[in-house]
Design a protein. Structure first.
Length: 302
């Protein structure tokens, strides 16, 4: 028996107001929230990840937050298992900017072991030929059998000895509202948010994590914490760290925009400085009214 959570999906680059808008929409719809953010899974990393406040976490019954200690290797598979245990059959609003997590929600987990096909770029024709040799019916199960990324993913599954998920054709390319700002405006917001992080105590938060020995592995390279550590170790001034943090975050936002454009079926929600939050929320809701919620099957992960 399957366990389905209806998910309303919302994404956007860092500093794009997606969390504030998700809170507004969650109140409207009376649904809980799911964080789709690979850094918010870590305990104690609050200011540098722009994590919701303790009151907000309680109010919106957040899933996907504070799942592991910093420094712990936290894979996409672990994230899926954790959130599947936290969710139930009630609708939720999934919000965040981690593209790999959105892909996992929609496409499921890839095979655990890398295959030859994942390491060698192949033409569309060559991919189709390999897939057909392994399973003559597989191409008919793909929503877009001309899409190289989906062909590569299908070949990974088949070469790992796994049949294609039966729901791939229906789920592939599920539309996701994605917030889009003019680049200059978003860059300004990124600078303002970075400045606010230092004012709120990013350096002290980083100091506490270092004293606990927690800031290792992926967490040690997290945007904001790496820069704060340079200040603590007296290699950079706070102003230098702020500039470095801003530049690094802007580059990350650019990579996110590229991902949304190339890897997701983005329904762009354009925002300007003067845009009214209620108006933006209405436009997001229009996409959900058209598509309905995404049916996330928790069964494989619980």
């Amino acid at each position: 028996m399957s366990a389905i959570t209806p998910l309303f999906l919302l994404s956007g680059p860092t500093a794009s107001r997606k969390t504030d808008l998700a809170h507004l929409l969650a109140e409207r719809m009376n649904v809980r929230l799911l964080s789709v953010d690979s850094m918010m899974v870590y305990k104690g990393m609050t200011i540098g990840t722009a994590k919701p406040t303790a009151n907000e976490i309680k109010k919106f019954h957040y899933a996907g937050l504070n799942l592991a200690e910093p420094g712990i290797d936290f894979s996409t598979g672990k994230w899926l298992r954790c959130i599947s245990a936290q969710l139930d059959d009630r609708p939720a609003l999934a919000v965040g900017g981690t593209g790999l997590y959105f892909r996992a929600l929609i496409d499921g987990l890839p095979p655990e072991t890398p295959t030859k096909s994942s390491m060698e770029p192949l033409s569309v024709k060559a991919l189709q030929t390999r897939i057909h040799a392994l399973d003559p019916t597989a191409l008919s199960q793909l929503a877009d059998p001309e899409n190289p990324r989906r062909l590569e993913r299908a070949l990974e599954w088949l070469e790992a000895g796994k049949p294609l998920p039966t729901s791939w054709k229906e789920r592939a390319g599920f539309p996701i509202p994605v917030l889009r700002w003019p680049v200059d405006d978003l860059n300004e917001r990124i600078y303002q948010r970075a400045s606010e992080m230092f004012k709120r105590g990013l350096i002290e938060e980083t100091r506490q994590l270092l004293e606990k020995g927690s800031l290792v592995g992926t967490a040690a390279q997290a945007i904001g914490y790496k820069e704060a550590r340079e200040v603590l170790e007296e290699r950079w001034s706070q102003q230098e760290a702020l500039e470095k943090l801003t530049t690094r975050t802007r580059r990350y936002a650019k990579r996110q925009r590229t991902w949304f454009r190339n890897q997701m079926n983005a329904r762009w929600i354009d925002i300007k400085k003067e845009s009214n939050p209620e108006f933006i929320a209405d436009n997001i809701a229009k996409v959900w009214q058209e598509t309905g919620p995404y049916s996330f099957d928790r069964t494989p992960y619980v």
